[in-house]
Write a protein of this length. Structure first.
Length: 433
């Protein structure tokens, strides 16, 4: 008999509906990059996404700022697949739109661009979220990736320290996918948590949700957010606060954000009497910035900036200010207790002080590509054991794909007196309502 606070579910055999060398959980930028990198290595890949489009917070959340690939002092430090995706995000834009915030590529960062201007203009773009998710989907399908939309990750089967099956649920019911390698790009370390890996969660997320309006024939983006502060290194955030790994908090964040949106619309209409202002595209993805992450054998720290790691498989710059560059160790992408589990995106092993950087779109692209390459190499050469995989092999493969991986890219460069727009906080908006 069931107790008042429990319900017994009988054991059952699950159908195995697919067998893949690499299963990627989460179709945000990190998951897309991981799946593309693995597929381009020649292995069968399945990409699982709980919603109905790719890109996650970047597209379904309207967070349309593809943050800088440069260090703010004229030096590009991220390339490879994350640069390919940046260019894809604005490939269909012929003319910039200031109010909608649709960009074209900065002239100075195109071939033959002025190096002096690169110190004034960071290498980032704003993109059309719908055009981007359509382009991402086509790229994934063309690469031969098996997409599973409307499919929620539900658990894992783990034997002898490795994941043998990823459990999912969708319209076809509960089922299993046999997996050689697994990449957790869920944004919330869901696979890590289910596999018994140590994780860390934050409860400092705030109300946030970017949206568009149509006003006097013009499309306009509005950045709607309470003040966010991940930890004690900045002035306090503006509550209420939410966790991303608690069901009630996720719903509460969405409901609170939409109430804030309705209030903003009412305020705009009051200030503009007689003008029709229509909401066009509200975020359909919760604006949670930092939720749950893996605690790996090493957690990247703020103090690691300008430090070269011997097992570096990626670089990242600081979108918030000019100067800092980090190398990203393979250790931060490898689950300590599960031999065939890698992570990518905002759930990599990074201390809170630098988590705010690792969650950005370009870093998700960098870590996604590194995780996809590592998974394919580990399966091909080391029986699927990521802990046996030498980082140098991953780095060599990434360099061959156009990534910038060398100690000189993390060396600190002197600041000029007037770096201009290089110090601009690219995530801020010019929204004037």
């Amino acid at each position: 008999m069931n107790s008042p606070d429990s319900c017994h579910e009988p054991a059952r055999d699950l159908p195995v509906s697919g067998n893949f060398d690499v299963v990627v959980v989460g179709g945000g930028i990190a998951g897309v990059a991981a799946a593309l990198a693995a597929a381009r290595s020649g292995v069968p890949v399945c990409l699982i996404e709980k919603l109905y489009a790719l890109g996650g917070l970047a597209t379904l959340g309207n967070v349309i700022v593809y943050l800088p690939l440069c260090d703010g002092r004229g030096r590009q430090v991220m390339a490879g697949l994350t640069e390919e995706l940046l260019k894809l995000s604005v490939a269909g834009t012929q003319q910039a739109d200031r109010l909608a915030r649709f960009d074209v590529l900065p002239a100075c960062w195109q071939p033959g661009g002025d190096p002096a201007e690169r110190r004034k203009q960071r290498y980032y773009v704003d993109f059309n979220p719908t055009a981007f998710f359509l382009a991402l989907e086509k790229m994934a399908v063309d690469a031969g990736i098996t997409l599973m939309y409307d499919t929620r990750f539900a658990g894992v089967r783990r034997e002898d320290g490795r994941i043998t099956h990823v459990i999912v649920e969708n319209k076809s019911g509960r089922q299993a996918l046999a997996a050689g390698m697994v990449i957790d790009a869920s944004g919330d370390a869901d696979v890590c948590h289910a596999a018994g890996e140590e994780t860390e969660s934050l409860d400092s997320n705030v109300l946030a949700g970017w949206f568009y309006t149509l006003q006097e024939g013009a499309l306009r983006l509005h950045v709607l957010s309470k003040k966010f502060c991940p930890d004690a290194t900045c002035e306090g955030g503006e509550g209420p606060f939410f966790r991303g790994d608690v069901a009630e908090d996720v719903t509460g964040q969405i409901l609170g954000t939409r109430e804030m949106l309705r209030a903003r619309l009412a305020e705009m209409r009051q200030r503009n009497p007689g003008v029709e202002i229509q909401p066009i595209q509200a975020a359909t993805f919760p604006g949670l910035r930092m939720t749950r992450r893996l605690v790996g054998s090493y957690s990247l720290r703020d103090a690691d900036k300008h430090r070269w790691f011997d097992d570096a498989v990626g670089l990242m710059s600081d979108w918030r200010k000019a100067g800092p560059v980090w190398s990203i160790p393979l250790r931060c992408l490898v689950a300590p207790q599960t031999t065939n589990l890698a992570v990518a995106g905002r759930c990599i092993s990074a201390a809170t002080s630098v988590w705010d950087v690792t969650r950005s779109i370009p870093v998700c692209g960098v870590t996604g590509e590194a995780a996809g390459v590592a998974a394919a190499l580990a399966l091909e050469r080391y029986g699927g054991d990521l802990r046996r995989l030498p980082a140098v092999e991953v780095a060599d493969s990434l360099r061959s794909r156009g990534n910038l991986l060398a100690p000189q890219y993390v060396e600190e460069l002197p600041a000029e007196e007037s770096p201009g727009a290089a110090d601009e906080a690219a995530e801020q908006t010019a929204d004037k309502d």
